[in-house]
Design a protein around this ligand. Structure first.
Ligand SMILES: Nc1ncnc2c1ncn2[C@@H]1O[C@H](COP(=O)(O)OP(=O)(O)O)[C@@H](O)[C@H]1O
Ligand SMILES: [Mg+2]
Length: 238
C-alpha cells in the first residue's frame, strides 16, 4: 500500500455572502497516495478550486481536517502555513500568473528567494528548471514575448524549482491550444514519473484527465467516483 500524501477528513467550506450561505464542500473525505497523478473533474462551481486551495494551504476549512505531506494544516499559524507551502507545494494556474516585468529566469527564481541559497546557486537552479521544460534559450524573455504554452512551461518550472512534494495545477491547460496542451500534459506526467512528484490537476477536459493515474469526480461539494486510469506512455500520440 502506498502512503497517503493527502488526507482530507470531513472537510466543509461555507461561503457567506450577505445573509446567504453557500456550502461548497460538504464533509468531504478523500485520500491521495504519495507519488500518484490525480485529475480532479467536476462541473463549474462544484468546488474544485476551493478544494485545491485548501489542500495547498491557501484557504482553511470551516470544519474537518487536512493532513498533507505529514502536517495537520488546521493547527498551523498563518506564518507556519506560508512556510509549509513554500517547502511542500508548487502551484500552476490557468492564467500562468507570471510577473510581467521579470524575465522568464527571474520568474522561475522567485520561490527560491526564501531558500538559503546564493545568487549564483539560485540562478543555476532556475536555469536548470527552464532547461527541463525545454526553454533554456528563453530565459531572458519577458512573459509577453512568449507564447501561452511557453508561459505555462515557465510557470511549471517555477512550480518545481523548489523541489516540492506536491504540485497543484488548477486548469493548467484551460487557456492553451491543442499542441501546447499536449506539451504541458507531457511535462506534468514527466514530473510525476521521473521526479516522483505527486500531482493534483483540476481539468474540465476529459482528454487532459487521461494523463492522470486516477480521475476523481466532484459533484456539488461531495466526492463522486474515483476511477483508476492507465495513461498512455509519455510522448505517445494517439
Ligand atoms: N470567495 C468566495 N466567496 C463566495 N463564494 C465563492 C467564493 N469562491 C468561490 N465561491 C463560490 O463557490 C462555488 C465553488 O467555487 P469553485 O471552488 O471556484 O468551483 P470550481 O473551481 O469547481 O468551478 C461557486 O459557486 C463559487 O461561486
Ligand atoms: Mg475553479
Amino acid at each position: 500500500m502506498a502512503e497517503n500524501l493527502i488526507e482530507v477528513r470531513g472537510v466543509t467550506r461555507v461561503y457567506r455572502r450577505g445573509g446567504e450561505e453557500l456550502v461548497v464542500l460538504d464533509g468531504l473525505d478523500l485520500q491521495m497516495e504519495r507519488g500518484s497523478f490525480y485529475a480532479l473533474m467536476g462541473p463549474s462551481g462544484s468546488g474544485k478550486t476551493t478544494l485545491l486551495n485548501m489542500i495547498g494551504g491557501l484557504d482553511r476549512p470551516d470544519a474537518g481536517d487536512l493532513l498533507v505531506a505529514g502536517e495537520l494544516l488546521n493547527v498551523l499559524s498563518n506564518a507556519e502555513l506560508a512556510r509549509w507551502r513554500a517547502d511542500n507545494v508548487g502551484f500552476v494556474f490557468q492564467g500562468f500568473n507570471l510577473i510581467p516585468v521579470l524575465s522568464a529566469v527571474q520568474n522561475v527564481e522567485l520561490p527560491l528567494l526564501l531558500a538559503p541559497l546564493s545568487r549564483k546557486e539560485r540562478r543555476e537552479r532556475a536555469e536548470y528548471a527552464l532547461e527541463l521544460v525545454g526553454l533554456a534559450d528563453r530565459g531572458d524573455h519577458r512573459p509577453k514575448q512568449l507564447s501561452g504554452g511557453q508561459e505555462q512551461r515557465v510557470a511549471i518550472a517555477r512550480a518545481f524549482v523548489t523541489d516540492p512534494t506536491l504540485i497543484l495545477a488548477d486548469e493548467p491547460t484551460g487557456d492553451l491550444d491543442r499542441a501546447s496542451t499536449e506539451q504541458v500534459l507531457e511535462l506534468l506526467a514527466e514530473l510525476n514519473e521521473k521526479l516522483d512528484k505527486t500531482i493534483l490537476m483540476v481539468t474540465h477536459d476529459p482528454h487532459a484527465a487521461e494523463s492522470a493515474g486516477y480521475i476523481v469526480h466532484l459533484e456539488k461539494g461531495k466526492l463522486g467516483s474515483i476511477e483508476r486510469n492507465t495513461p498512455a506512455p509519455v510522448g505517445a500520440e494517439e
